[in-house]
Each structure stands twice: as structure tokens, then as C-alpha cells.
Design a protein around this ligand. Structure first.
Ligand code: PLP
Length: 365
């Protein structure tokens, strides 16, 4: 650290120079994040110093967190769901599996996840001492229900289904998983970190949430398609009491118990997440999602015209292609199978899609 502090203007010119090294979102086609909605940025600024780690000191912010949970619970067909604002899908997935493990104390616990699951489940397995059993995918990159029964045994503490897979944007057969979960009496966690803010706003949403009786918990991330500021995730549970098994005593805080993973927790992105939901409403979110889905369709059509076939028709706004090269200046990503992957986030507007297709066309010319 410096012995004597740096003049503010020098400091900010250094910070600005670093910020300029970042890529602008306009050419980022690989991210599940997007610039925050203007109301999110405004709400975030208002709650900058709030700390949900000691909610009694910030009762207004804590009430907003409850409202956020209630809104998301209602969106997932269970207004009475329990929940709290996490730092994102990773924390939500870890905490859900922590609950599942506590609920079924066995010596060698395992969890069955689809091969498409996000790498956060590997972290969860490592931290929680869970064997991660991987179920294969079908030809459309969804969890294959054939053979699932054989992966489940008396040590299986949870099943996981994904709504909006990170790589291919697919929705697992959660209704069938729910039946298996009930039949085998296993905790079912739905990782809807991405798709949880997409599927409910589609014209014909497939059931994936608490309306399915076997679903115990859901991860949903406002900082992805919810256009909140980062970090804003949410873990929802069917039974609010299921958080009790995670409680630790916090004698010197305003609340005497805490079930969250983080201690100090930012209130600002919670206010931001709530602000977007409130400002846009169902109508506004439907319009955003319809735009993203339409752009994904146009991208797929345009890429196929250029000789780059889709890997699969996605359920949400993630498009993947058999395509070797991407034009310079654009950030696309690659799936583990080598497909080009483009996430049609709100910042990937129709203009952006057309420009990318034009550059792709010039590449092949
Ligand atoms: N689950 C899914 C399906 C995801 O796509 C992601 C991230 O892309 C995560 C979990 C992890 O979310 P985060 O990066 O917010 O921890």
C-alpha cells in the first residue's frame, strides 16, 4: 500500500484507464450477464451502503429482500416460498445441496445431475463431500430419463434438473424428474439460474417450478436475464422451514441466527433486482424475453443461411452452431463439444445480430 494517499483525480484517471481495458458489451455474445437496466442502476446507487448481513440495521432493505423473494416465489407458482438473495447461481446451488444433504444424513451422500450441469455443482460436491453422479443427455442435450433410476440409490440426497442449460439453453424434463423425486423420495433442486427469468415469460411456458409437487428448491438469478446489477441471485425453497437446518448462531448481530452462506451481503443488487421486476412487470419482462427469443431465432436462421447449422433448437435464448471461425472483434464462446455458443442477452439487439451476421458473411466470402 502507498505510504501517502493518491490524489483523487490521479486515482480516477488510473481507474478509468483500467475500465477502458474492459470490453464493451456490444461485442460480447458469450455472457449470461448484461448491462443493468437503468432502474437497476438507480436503485443500486440508492442502497450502496446497505448490508443484509445484519438485517436489523437495515430493516427497509431486509423488507425489500422479502418482497423480492415473494415476487420470485409467485413467479414460480408459490408465493409462500422461502428464500434469500444469494450472490448468484453458484451460491444458490451450493446452499440447496447443503439443505438436501442435511435433510438426509447418510455416510456417502451422492447427487445426480445431468451432464449439462453448470460447473458450480463440481464446487458443491467438493465443498460438501458429495459424490456427483452424472446422468447422460439425450440427442437434444436434455437430461436423459432412461437409466436415471439406476443412478439413484439409498445414498442419493438430491436430484438436479436444469432450466436453461448454460451451454445449449435447454430445459430438462423437470415434470418427469418431479415424478421420480416423489417416487424415490429424493430432494429435487431445479437450477433455473438462467431460465428462471426466461421460461415464465414465454408464450407457452413448460412447467418447471413449484407447481410440480416434487420440486423442493429453485435457483434463479436476477443478475442474468433479470437485468439487475451484479451480484443478484436467489435461492427459493418450497418449505421456508427447510432453511433452519443451515442456521448458525450469530449472537452479536441484530438477528440471532443466520442461514446464508455469506455473512456480509449487499442490499444494493437486491434493490436493483426488485426494481426491475416492479418497473417492467410481467408485460415488460415478456417483451424483453420475446425480443431475445426472436433475436436468437433470427441468428439461427442467418447462421444456417451462411452454412453454420444449429447444434440444437434451444428452449431459451442460447444459440449454438457447428462453426469453426468467428469474425475478429466479437466474443463468442465454445461449448465443451466445440460448438460456437452465443447468448442472446438483452444487449444483443437485432442490430447487433445483423452486424455479427454481416461480419460472419464477410468471413466466409
Ligand atoms: N447455473 C446455471 C444454469 C448457469 O448458467 C450459471 C452461470 O452461468 C450458474 C448456475 C452459476 O451462476 P453464477 O455465475 O451467478 O454463480
Amino acid at each position: 500500500m502507498r505510504e501517502v494517499g493518491c490524489p483523487e483525480e490521479d486515482l480516477f484517471s488510473f481507474l478509468s484507464s483500467k475500465r477502458r481495458e474492459d470490453l464493451g458489451y456490444r461485442h460480447i455474445l458469450s455472457s449470461m450477464c448484461t448491462p443493468p437496466h437503468p432502474v437497476a442502476a438507480r436503485a443500486h446507487a440508492l442502497f450502496l451502503e446497505t448490508n443484509l448481513g445484519d438485517p436489523g440495521l437495515f430493516p427497509g432493505t431486509a423488507a425489500l429482500e422479502e418482497l423480492l423473494v415473494r415476487r420470485l416465489g409467485a413467479l414460480m407458482h408459490h408465493p409462500g416460498a422461502g428464500g434469500y438473495a444469494t450472490s448468484g447461481g453458484t451460491e444458490s446451488n451450493i446452499q440447496a445441496l447443503r439443505i438436501a444433504k442435511k435433510q438426509k444424513p447418510v455416510k456417502f451422500p451422492n447427487v445426480v445431475v445431468p451432464a449439462s450441469s453448470h460447473f458450480s455443482f463440481q464446487k458443491a460436491g467438493d465443498i460438501l463431500g458429495l459424490e456427483i453422479r452424472t446422468a447422460p443427455l439425450d440427442a437434444r442435450f436434455r437430461m436423459d430419463m432412461e437409466g436415471l433410476d439406476d443412478l439413484i440409490d439409498q445414498n442419493t440426497v438430491a436430484l438436479v434438473g436444469i432450466v436453461g442449460t448454460t451451454e445449449y439453453g435447454m430445459v430438462d424434463p423437470v415434470a418427469a424428474l418431479s415424478d421420480v423425486a416423489l417416487d424415490r423420495d429424493v430432494f429435487l433442486h431445479v437450477d433455473a439460474a438462467f431460465g428462471g427469468m426466461v421460461v415464465p415469460f414465454l408464450d407457452r411456458p413448460v412447467p418447471f417450478d413449484f407447481q410440480l409437487p416434487g420440486v423442493d428448491s429453485i435457483s434463479v438469478d436476477p443478475h442474468k436475464m433479470g437485468m439487475s446489477t451484479i451480484p443478484a441471485g436467489c435461492l427459493l425453497v418450497r418449505d421456508p422451514d427447510s432453511f433452519a437446518c443451515l442456521n448458525v448462531d450469530t449472537p452479536y448481530l441484530t438477528v440471532k441466527r443466520e442461514c446464508t452462506l455469506a455473512g456480509t451481503r449487499p442490499g444494493a443488487p437486491v434493490a436493483a433486482a426488485f426494481a426491475v421486476l416492479e418497473y417492467l412487470g410481467m408485460d415488460g419482462m415478456r417483451a424483453v424475453v420475446a425480443g431475445c427469443m426472436e433475436n436468437a431465432r433470427r441468428l439461427i436462421e442467418g447462421m444456417e443461411t451462411l452454412g453454420c447449422p444449429r447444434a440444437v433448437t434451444p428452449d431459451v435464448n442460447v444459440a449454438t452452431f457447428s462453426c469453426e471461425r468467428a469474425p475478429a472483434g466479437w466474443r463468442v464462446s465454445r461449448t465443451r463439444n466445440g460448438h460456437m455458443r452465443i447468448v442472446c442477452m438483452p444487449h444483443v439487439t437485432r442490430d447487433v445480430v445483423e452486424k455479427f451476421l454481416e461480419d460472419m458473411g464477410n468471413l466466409n466470402a
